[in-house]
Design a protein around this ligand. Structure first.
Ligand SMILES: *[C@@H]1O[C@H](CO)[C@@H](O)[C@H](O)[C@H]1NC(C)=O
Ligand SMILES: *[C@@H]1O[C@H](CO)[C@@H](O)[C@H](O)[C@H]1NC(C)=O
Length: 191
């Protein structure tokens, strides 16, 4: 026969074990399994295929391909599924190029380097050609790039967390060399 006292011990034992499991689960959820920001970085930018026709102020054409090397890093112990990597390029606040990469999966603790070649024809989008002529005379073309990676982390196959990584850069290109003189990027991530 199990005495009343023993039942009491068994019940407290079970409660203690459940409580301990709950605490361990809570600690794991807050540490190892806590969703961390995937990192989107613009590592380098290169310019190729430059074709210009410049005789200011009425004839200003600048065509080139700006290739952004993006490094995607997943610090999570779970895979990250991203919907796209969207790259937008601005010149004087006007969108002059965009490129969206197809969706894919970043393996747990993995990283991947992706090249985003953006074909740009600056004069097509900029209303005031005098602005381009001005920049060209000063030997510098300043551009802005914005990259976004919206996606989802699935932990233990059930818990989904949305995330959105952003990389924003300012580029200074020399003219007529069209070399990248300066690249300043910051890093923002939202969960
Ligand atoms: C720039 O590209 C456009 C469209 O492809 C083309 O019509 C134009 O002639 C090019 N300009 C130069 C200077 O190559
Ligand atoms: C990207 O460019 C395509 C055309 O090439 C356009 O339809 C689309 O709206 C652009 N996306 C953004 C965010 O501006």
């Amino acid at each position: 026969m199990v005495s009343k006292r023993n039942i009491c011990y068994i019940v407290s034992g079970i409660i203690f074990i459940l409580l301990a499991l709950f605490m361990i689960g809570l600690i794991l959820a807050q540490t190892v399994f806590k969703p961390k920001h995937p990192i989107l970085q613009t590592v380098s930018s290169t310019v190729e295929g430059v074709s210009t026709n410049v005789s200011p102020p009425d004839q200003v054409q600048v065509n080139f391909t700006l290739t952004l090397e993006m490094l995607l890093t997943n610090p999570n112990v779970a895979d990250v599924e991203y919907k796209t990597v969207e790259n937008l390029v601005y010149y004087r606040d006007t969108l002059v190029g965009n490129l969206s990469l197809p969706s894919s999966t970043l393996p747990a603790k993995g990283s991947v380097m992706l090249a985003c070649p953006l074909v740009l024809q600056i004069d097509k989008f900029v209303a005031n050609l005098g602005d381009i002529a001005q920049d060209i005379l000063h030997g510098k073309i300043v551009m802005e790039t914005k990259a976004r990676m919206p996606g989802e982390i699935t932990l233990l196959g059930i818990f989904k967390t949305h995330m959105d990584s952003i990389s924003h850069c300012n580029l200074v290109l020399g003219f007529p060399t069209m070399k990248v003189l300066e690249q300043v990027c910051d890093l923002k991530t939202k969960l």
